[in-house]
Design a protein around this ligand. Structure first.
Ligand code: OAD
Length: 274
C-alpha cells in the first residue's frame, strides 16, 4: 500500500527555497517520534512504539512540578521528576523531524539566507541532530542552576545520587542554597530575555514562519507567529491535530512532523540551485 503524499509540501519547500530568512518554532510534538511524551494533545504514538505515551500533563499536575512554588515546597519530588525526564532525553535519539530541520537549515545557510529555530523543547535533540542556530525559549533540562551562585552546570549523564542534587560549586554541604534546580522555565517565570529578543527579531524579519508540533497555547511562544503575519511572511503549520493557529496560517499540514519535514527537506534537495 502506498502512503498518499502529504499536502502543501511543495509550497512550503518553495517558500523556504526563495526566503531570505526562515523562522521555525517547534514544540513537544517534534520529539514525540523520539519517544518523549508531549504535554498535551495527541501523540500519534502507541504504548507499543515507546511505552506509555500519554501526554505528561494528563499524568502529572504542572502546578505541583513546574513552578518555583512547587520546588520550594518539595524540592526532592520536583528534582526527582526532572531528573527522570533528563535521563529520558539523554536516552532518546533525534528523529526524522529533527534531522529534517537540520538539513533544511544547511540548505538555507548554504545559499546565504538566514535560518532561526525557536524551540520550546528542553531536550537538546535539535542540537544533537545538527541544528546550529537554535533559540531555547524554555531553557534546557541538560543544564542545572546552582541556587547559591546562579551559575549553570551540566551534570554527568547518569542519575543524581541525592535530591535535590547538591551543587558542585558550593563546598559547604550544610548550605541550604547549595543545591541545583533544572535550568528550565517554570510557569510564572520569565523566559530568558536574550532568547525572547532573538525570537522576536527572527519572527519580525522572516519571509516564512513555520510552526511544528506545538499546541500553540503557551505564551509568549504562541505569539511569535503574529509578528511574522504582521510583516507579511508566509506561514505554515505541521501538526497532527488542529491548533488555535491552524486557521491563521497559509498552509496547514496535518501529518507527523518526521514524515512532513523529511519530505520538505527532500523537496528542497530536488529544487534547482540559486
Ligand atoms: P504540547 O504538548 O502542548 O503540544 C504538542 C503538540 O504536538 C500537540 O498539538 C500535538 O497534536 C502535536 N503532535 C504530537 N505528536 C506529533 C507528531 N509526531 N508530529 C506532529 N505533531 C505532533 O507541547 P508544546 O506546544 O511544546 O512548558 O508545549 C508548550 C509548553 O507547554 C512546553 O514547553 C511546556 C508545556 O507546559 C513548560 O513546562 C513551561
Amino acid at each position: 500500500m502506498t502512503t498518499p503524499p502529504i499536502e502543501h509540501i511543495a509550497d512550503i519547500a518553495a517558500a523556504i527555497g526563495s526566503a531570505d530568512s526562515v523562522c521555525v518554532i517547534t514544540g513537544a510534538g517534534v520529539s514525540a517520534e523520539s519517544g518523549l511524551r508531549t504535554f498535551r494533545g495527541v501523540t500519534g504514538m502507541t504504548a507499543e512504539d515507546h511505552g506509555s505515551m500519554a501526554s505528561l500533563w494528563k499524568d502529572f499536575d504542572p502546578a505541583t512540578l513546574a513552578t518555583a512554588e512547587a520546588f520550594a515546597a518539595d524540592p526532592e519530588r520536583v528534582t526527582r521528576w526532572y531528573d527522570w525526564r533528563r535521563l529520558g532525553c539523554l536516552a532518546a535519539e533525534p528523529n526524522a523531524a529533527h534531522l529534517g530541520l537540520a538539513e533544511i537549515e544547511r540548505r538555507v545557510a548554504a545559499r546565504g539566507a538566514e535560518f532561526t529555530l525557536l524551540t520550546q523543547n528542553v531536550d537538546r535533540l535539535h542540537q544533537r541532530a545538527g541544528s546550529r542556530n537554535v533559540v531555547e525559549l524554555h531553557g534546557t533540562i541538560m543544564a542545572w542552576r546552582c541556587l547559591r551562585t546562579g551559575k549553570e552546570v551540566e551534570p554527568e549523564p547518569r542519575p543524581f545520587d541525592r535530591f535535590p542534587p547538591r551543587s558542585p560549586l558550593v563546598d559547604d554541604s550544610s548550605d541550604p542554597l547549595g543545591v541545583l534546580r533544572p535550568s528550565v522555565v517554570w510557569f510564572g517565570e520569565m523566559l530568558p530575555p536574550d532568547a525572547v529578543a532573538r525570537a522576536e527579531a527572527a519572527a519580525a524579519s522572516c519571509d516564512l514562519f513555520l510552526s511544528v508540533g506545538t499546541s500553540s497555547v503557551v505564551y509568549p511562544a504562541a505569539g511569535f507567529i503574529q509578528r511574522a503575519r504582521e510583516r507579511g511572511a508566509d506561514t505554515a503549520e505541521i501538526n497532527l491535530e488542529p491548533t488555535p493557529i491552524s486557521r491563521l496560517v497559509r498552509w496547514s499540514v496535518r501529518a507527523k512532523a518526521g514524515a512532513a519535514l523529511g519530505a520538505v527537506a527532500a523537496a528542497l534537495g530536488s529544487r534547482p540551485g540559486p
